[in-house]
Ligand binder design. Structure first.
Ligand code: FEO
Ligand code: CA
Ligand code: CA
Ligand code: CA
Length: 501
């Protein structure tokens, strides 16, 4: 089914969801987390909240959330902390990163990475709360030693210092969480280059140690960097099972005109060895990034490890199709289609992006051939703009969060869209493919990491970077969630309501 034509969300502003008449929200410019009628939220945790008596605190700019079930009223959340904000963390701006002190950088290093957080509720229908000082609560940050799951050294070492740029992620059926390192050069630049944060003036860390997928055991906090999955601006890592049982991971390289990749593991329960492929949409083929069998790769790279370290360059050399910032990927639970959020491409005249669909040959995630099509085009017609994170609910409807470029919010092509938001997209019935706005973010915030509880009744959601365009010494643009004159605080909220679950 192609939903690209005939979608006209803005004309139908009301929808029937399992017997409930739900009215779509209007675009908003308010400094509030607005939810469609029938939904309510409560704040689970804010940036800088102590999570244990060892001095660990909840990090900054929460993004991807993984829900690891322990029981009907008990779970562990993994939450990514994508990037630091100098103003919030130590009152600086982005000018003159070379003047940063070591102490300021240490604050930033502790604010990124991820958090493991025990959550519980008293009973069904009662609110989820985090458990302070639970033994499972812990931080993994930019100072935590993390080994490479690879026999050869990476830039001279078997272990990296920390993780950063943790954007979206995924889960495996063997109980681990995948956390993806995205915009690492903002923090750790290539040799001779400058970062946005100035860490390179105090720390000697090779950029080759970042830009990987990190696998975390939520029970022990043990982490490793999965070299076999390649190095680029990893957005997310979405598991699927091949028909022969092998583990498959779909991944987008979130940069304008970059590619989509998949990794087919040699095994069903490990991601340490296997083959990385890049998608060529013209031929409908997954092209293996194998140095031995590809003359161009053999000419350019000395070893297979080199290919993986420079997977972006290898992917383009091998014929990967460039896309409009491929971000989150989810598998449609009904059709098995691979749905890819392509955020936007201003230069190509696609400021609203699209949802791209890949149908693997014979519905097999392990296939090396596929067909692809634009599934839902962003724009006024569909009501969707700049899709970033995706989540399917238990009824097969798709939830999409938007990532309108911060400085362009409310301007030009985005004038009609207001603050960033979350859309509900039914995939069957008369409204199939239409985007209904069910949440509006506070000013300059992005809603990220939507994650349903296993019973589908709770949606954990990150509210990232409220007020991110604020300037030092001037009035703050957002005071969410505390209000008044308070500093804005990225936070995770729990959403429940009569038509969820
Ligand atoms: Fe961190 Fe691609 O969004
Ligand atoms: Ca993202
Ligand atoms: Ca997702
Ligand atoms: Ca994004």
């Amino acid at each position: 089914m192609s939903l690209a034509r005939g979608a006209s969300a803005q004309k139908t502003q009301e929808i029937l969801i399992r017997g409930h008449r739900v009215k779509a929200l209007e675009p908003s410019q308010l400094d509030a987390l607005e939810l469609a009628k029938g939904l309510r939220s409560h704040l689970l945790i804010e940036w800088d909240t102590p999570i244990n008596s060892r001095g660990d605190r909840f990090g900054f700019n929460n993004d991807y959330i993984a829900w690891v079930e322990r029981g009907p009223h008990d779970a562990i959340l993994w939450v990514n902390h994508e990037y630091p904000d100098p103003l919030s963390l130590h009152g600086s701006d982005y000018d003159h990163p070379e003047l940063r002190t070591r102490a300021q950088i240490e604050i930033e290093r502790k604010a990124v990475g991820g958090t493991l957080l025990r959550i519980r509720r008293a009973a069904s229908g009662k609110p989820w709360n985090f458990v302070y000082d639970d033994p499972l609560n812990r931080r993994i940050d930019a100072t935590t030693p993390i080994p490479f799951a690879w026999p050869e050294k990476i830039a001279g070492a078997h272990t990296a210092t920390g993780t950063l740029g943790n954007c979206a992620g995924g889960k495996t059926p063997w109980g681990t969480v995948l956390s993806c390192e995205e915009n690492y050069p903002d923090v750790i630049p290539d040799k001779g280059k400058k970062s946005l944060y100035g860490w390179e003036h105090h720390l000697d860390l090779p950029s080759e140690h970042y830009g990987w997928v990190v696998e975390i055991n939520p029970l022990t906090g043990a982490a490793k960097k999965l070299v076999a999955l390649g190095r680029f601006f990893h957005e997310g890592a979405t598991y699927a099972r091949a028909k022969n049982g092998r583990a498959v991971i779909y991944m987008g390289d979130d940069r304008t005109d970059q590619c989509v990749y998949k990794f087919i593991s040699d095994r069903s329960d490990s991601l340490e060895r296997g083959t990385l492929y890049v998608a060529n949409l013209s031929s409908g083929r997954w092209i293996p990034l194998k140095r031995e069998t590809h003359p161009e790769l053999k000419k350019r790279f000395a070893t297979e490890t080199d290919v993986l370290i420079h997977a972006r360059e290898a992917g383009l050399l091998a014929g990967g199709t460039t896309l409009d910032r491929p971000e989150d990927i989810e598998i449609d639970p009904v059709t098995g289609a691979v749905i890819i959020a392509c955020t936007n491409n201003k230069d190509q005249g696609r400021p609203h992006g699209s949802l791209l669909r890949i149908d693997e040959a014979k519905g097999d995630a392990g296939a090396l051939e596929f067909t692809s099509s634009v599934w839902i085009a962003g724009g006024l017609e569909s009501g969707l703009t700049c899709p970033d994170n995706l989540a399917f609910d238990r009824h097969g409807a798709l939830w999409v969060t938007s990532d309108i470029p911060g400085s362009a919010s409310g301007k030009a092509a985005y004038t009609a869209f207001g603050n960033n938001s979350m859309f509900y997209v039914p995939l069957k019935g008369a409204d199939a493919g239409k985007a209904f706005r069910v949440a509006n973010a506070p000013i300059e915030a992005e809603l990220t990491g939507p994650c349903f509880s296993p019973d589908g009744k709770t949606l954990a959601l990150s509210v990232q970077h409220p007020g991110e365009e604020s300037d030092v010494g001037k009035e703050l643009h957002s005071h969410w969630p505390r209000g008044g004159q308070e500093m804005p605080r990225p936070s995770v909220v729990m959403i429940e309501g009569e038509w969820l679950g």
